[in-house]
Design a protein around this ligand. Structure first.
Ligand SMILES: [Zn+2]
Length: 256
């Protein structure tokens, strides 16, 4: 979708002279399964974190959830903030979440990129190859390259919700991972590109080979933890963009 069209649609939703946020900035989001209409989010205020209703695209009235902050004067400062729910377009089918070993096989041409996630990984490798070539020539990073890398990384991270739609879901108390799945795959793709560059230049390969090995293991561990329900990789609730069951946020299949 052209950015201009998206922006003008957004202008119809939000009053731009007032602050607004997107729902994925909240650690819990409940939306109507059919219409995508936002119903409730966890308030993003550090001193609140109550579940707040959404009224007319704004965070509605709620009481601070944290006992120690109820004594604070007045309503939560986030009441009235505009909030927009951007539902990503997802292509993946439910199935096992690829780990670092699987991505490395795809990125080194040993495995076919036969899923949307793998195709995004290949797009990352091709992007980094162009970016590195550009930087070598111009001697400086072009912010547009970093922006494109961010978009690819966001797209891959979004796909996690579709891949894990049938589980395994994170345990209810599982924390959001400090690592973003798409960023870690993007780093692996970049290292694979750098290895090829070093090979071409006849430079020592061991340092980059070690980076590739470490990054592959890191992604393997991230996926193992997600499969055990110990960490969340995207959004929260269960994985709310592909709701299952009647509650609109999916049913955890592991943990209590
Ligand atoms: Zn609040």
């Amino acid at each position: 979708m052209p950015t201009a069209a998206l922006s003008s649609d957004l202008l119809k939703i939000v009053a731009v002279d007032e602050p607004w946020i997107t729902a994925d900035m909240c650690s819990f989001v409940m939306a109507d399964e059919k219409t995508g209409e936002l119903l409730e989010v966890q308030c993003p205020a550090w001193n609140c974190q109550a579940n707040a209703p959404i009224v007319g695209n704004r965070i509605g009235n709620h009481q601070r959830a944290k006992e120690e902050f109820r004594i604070m004067f007045g309503p939560c400062q986030w009441v009235g903030t505009q909030i927009v729910h951007i539902v990503p377009v997802l292509e993946s089918e439910p199935g096992p979440l690829p780990d670092g070993t699987a991505y490395l096989a795809v990125l080194t041409g040993k495995r076919e990129p036969d899923t949307p996630m793998f195709r995004l990984a290949v797009a990352m490798r091709e992007h980094w190859a162009r970016a590195v070539e550009d930087v070598t020539r111009t001697r400086q990073w072009n912010p547009a390259h970093l922006r494109r890398a961010r978009l690819l990384s966001d797209s891959l991270t979004d796909e996690v919700a579709a891949v894990l739609a049938d589980g395994p879901a994170p345990k209810p108390d599982a924390p959001m991972s400090g690592l973003r799945y798409g960023d870690e795959v993007s780093d692996l793709a970049r290292f694979v590109v750098l290895l090829a560059v070093s090979e071409k230049r006849g430079e020592p390969l061991e340092p980059i080979q070690k980076m590739i090995t470490d990054q592959t293991r890191l992604l393997d561990r991230l996926v193992t933890n997600a499969n055990a329900g110990e960490t969340r990789l995207t959004g929260t609730g269960a994985y709310p963009t592909r709701p299952k069951g009647g509650d609109g946020i999916g049913e955890p299949t592991s943990g209590q």
